[in-house]
Ligand binder design. Structure first.
Ligand SMILES: Cc1cc2nc3c(=O)[nH]c(=O)nc-3n(C[C@H](O)[C@H](O)[C@H](O)COP(=O)(O)O)c2cc1C
Length: 529
């Protein structure tokens, strides 16, 4: 078979971002099948995007197709809704070049095709429903290179593109359908630049938890000299409906299952029982909305002299994809001065096990990719172009099976190139602590997320496995792991660092020891961070 050439006549001086993605997709697919892709009749001012120019199958041509193929016109097939027959596999023998006149995908349609028709190029039809340019080339390729008759190509017409649970749009075109029933569309480009790193010194912090809920909590954590950053409790854009009757926590002894006398004990109460080193909770998120945390951070940094070294804030947020895009611009827009000097990071909590009917998205590759893709788009969005770049990370649940790790890493390889950090891990869901009379200690069926000493080995295993897999993946080595789970003293801190954590976080032990836990760790380390 002779290799085919696909030509799109591009008469516009400009190139929109969507057309750019389509052309890159055509060039990549041409590269894969050994064919050529030309843009012809290019305007003198037309700038070829670097990503397109870099693909060897692609050629940019100022000349029009009439000039390029003046002596071989009969070998050029014009894809034309008014062509005399449908494109067929035998056309591979009749033509070397397939020409797209520019009506495909244009809105309103432009009639470059009729000009080319008038010049005598022979036409073939692709069917009655309008296709995007990359789809039209793909279909042509399937027919002439893949020898698939037009009628056997599976299509999706006017698919719905879902942005989140509430927002979607209908795409007014026909697409080729994949085996799993999805339309083939251009992939948004991955960004080549590494994301900004997080800088936390000393590498010890509190994790997102109820002891980082309000201004007073944050003030204590900000003024604690033994930590290198403050994480805020996970907030939603609007207030999470906290219900004290449902949302509770307890500390328990992981050997005897003896629990604190009351649920939601203060650390003064809890520290009376130092063997209750594990925790179980049915909490959701903070009762305060994100904006309160931003105001408190502003107040803290305005009230107190700047610590040395600087002490960043990790703002933990959660919600659907659209809300996380909003959270990105709200944080960067409210604290641009702090963001621009690397003192604010965003942590997207994708792993709370306690939200009914809402499984943690970080257990699903598709959900993870969706979040990461749209945050990448938010970073590049025109709306955010005047805002400083906000480093972001995700909070993962404790994984227990190798297939879960491969889902995570393949999601990151697909869309996580702008991720600065992973906070690993959240609590382990599906856990139950019973009181001596066998009734659940926490409300309802008592099942919630477990953490503290009982989680430590699993957290170490998660950190070690994810670190190794990140290191094995060239595009992900830069991602820093904040290791969290069962650290309560300097020995736990050292184990976490040995497993691969760049920074160590403390949750449960902050709950029962108070901020003193950090001083204890620092003293135990004797300067060997
Ligand atoms: C009572 C309680 C509430 C928590 N709330 C949150 C939260 O709002 N957001 C979050 O990302 N993690 C939350 N966590 C998880 C912790 O931040 C931490 O990842 C986990 O507990 C493991 O660390 P640990 O063993 O030191 O507690 C919570 C943990 C506990 C014990």
């Amino acid at each position: 078979m002779t290799f085919k050439t696909y030509i799109v006549e591009h008469l516009d001086e400009e190139l929109g971002p969507w057309s750019e993605l389509e052309y890159i997709t055509i060039a990549r697919e041409s590269q894969e099948t050994g064919s050529k892709f030309f843009l012809s009749s290019l305007h003198p001012q037309f700038k070829v995007p670097e990503a397109l120019a870099a693909i060897p199958s692609f050629t940019a041509e100022r000349r029009g197709v009439e000039e390029l193929y003046a002596d071989k016109k009969s070998r050029v097939c014009l894809l034309d809704p008014q062509g005399k027959s449908d494109l067929a596999p035998e056309d591979a023998d009749n033509f070397d070049v397939f020409l797209f006149g520019g009506i495909l995908g244009d809105d309103p349609p432009r009639d470059r095709t009729s000009e080319l028709r008038a010049k005598g190029f022979e036409g073939r039809r692709l069917g009655p429903v309008q296709m995007t340019t990359d789809t039209a080339v793909r279909v042509t390729r399937l027919v002439v290179e893949g020898k698939t008759p037009l009628k056997d190509i599976p299509y999706v017409d006017f698919p719905e593109l879902k942005f989140n649970e509430y927002e979607s749009t209908e795409m007014p075109f026909r697409y080729v359908k994949t085996k799993d029933g999805n339309p083939i569309m251009p992939e948004p480009p991955t960004m080549s630049k590494l994301p900004p790193p997080i800088k936390i010194n000393p590498p010890l912090i509190n994790s997102a938890n109820p002891w980082a809920s309000n201004y007073k909590d944050l003030e204590k954590l900000y003024l604690c000299p033994s930590t290198g950053a403050v994480t805020t409790r996970t907030a939603t854009l609007l207030c999470f409906k906290h219900d004290d009757a449902i949302h509770r926590y307890t500390f328990f002894n992981p050997s005897t299952h003896q629990t604190s006398e009351t649920t939601n004990p203060t650390h003064q109460q809890a520290s009376q029982s130092p063997s209750q080193t594990a925790s179980l909770n049915t909490l959701g998120y903070s009762p305060y909305p994100l904006i309160d945390y931003l105001k408190w951070i502003r107040k803290l940094t305005d009230t107190y002299p700047k610590p040395h070294p600087a002490k960043p804030f990790i703002i933990s947020v959660t919600g659907d994809v659209a809300e996380m895009i909003d959270a990105y611009s709200i944080i960067a827009g409210y604290l641009p001065d702090l963001v621009s000097v690397g003192q604010v990071y965003m942590e997207i909590n994708l792993s709370c096990p306690n939200i009914p009917n809402n499984p943690p998205p970080a257990y699903s590759k598709a959900a993870l990719v969706n979040y990461l893709r749209y945050i990448n788009l938010a970073i590049r969005s025109d709306n955010n172009k005047d805002l400083p770049r906000l480093p972001f990370g995700i909070k993962t649940p404790p994984y227990t099976h190798f297939s879960e790790y491969t889902e995570l890493i393949s999601a990151l390889e697909e869309a996580g190139d702008q991720l600065s950090f992973i906070s690993c891990t959240n609590t382990l869901g599906s856990c139950l602590v019973l009181s001596p009379d066998s009734s659940p200690v926490l409300p309802g069926n008592g099942i919630g997320g477990m953490a503290g000493a009982a989680l430590h080995p699993l957290a170490l295993g998660n950190v070690a496995t994810i670190r190794r897999m990140l290191d094995e993946s060239e595009g992900l080595r830069h991602v820093i792991i904040i290791g969290i789970g069962g650290v309560e003293d300097e020995k736990g801190y050292r184990r976490m660092r040995a497993a691969g954590a760049g920074v160590v976080g403390v949750g449960t032990a902050l709950g029962w020891k108070g901020v003193e836990v950090f001083r204890g760790i620092e003293e135990g380390l004797k300067g060997e961070w």
